[in-house]
Design a binder for this molecule. Sequence first.
Ligand SMILES: [Fe+2]
Ligand SMILES: [Fe+2]
Length: 149
Amino acid sequence: MKNTQTQKNLEAAFAGESMAYQRYLYFGKLARQLGNLEVAELFENTAKQETAHAFAHLDLVYASEKMTVQKLLQIAIEGELHESNYMYPEFEKTALDEAQIDAVLEFQEQALESKDHAEIFQKAAKRFKSLAFVEKHHAKKYQEALEIL
Ligand SMILES: [Fe+2]
Ligand SMILES: [Fe+2]
């Protein structure tokens, strides 16, 4: 599956369904502000189904039998660092060239938030790495104790 067109299509389909989720939640909020509760609820309920659609794609992208908590954290760290170090700085430059000051400020702010997220995940990865090491050590000691019996 890796590096196939189907893999790319699953990623693209996941992106589309994820965007639909956020967009419909946002449209729900706007419809609510505009006073149409029925349409607001229609958007919000449909958003929930988009999550199910997105998850179905992810089931194939990240097959659970191949994942570990460390891998999940690593993927998340890479994504956040990509945003904070490459994506947002590039977007910020373009927005500056185009004199879109609101967008410049928003990109700067989000770059910092992505950096924060990366750091939080990095800390968790470190914490759980040492925990896993301690547990392995205990399991080994326990095994040795059992073998003596
Ligand atoms: Fe969908
Ligand atoms: Fe983030």
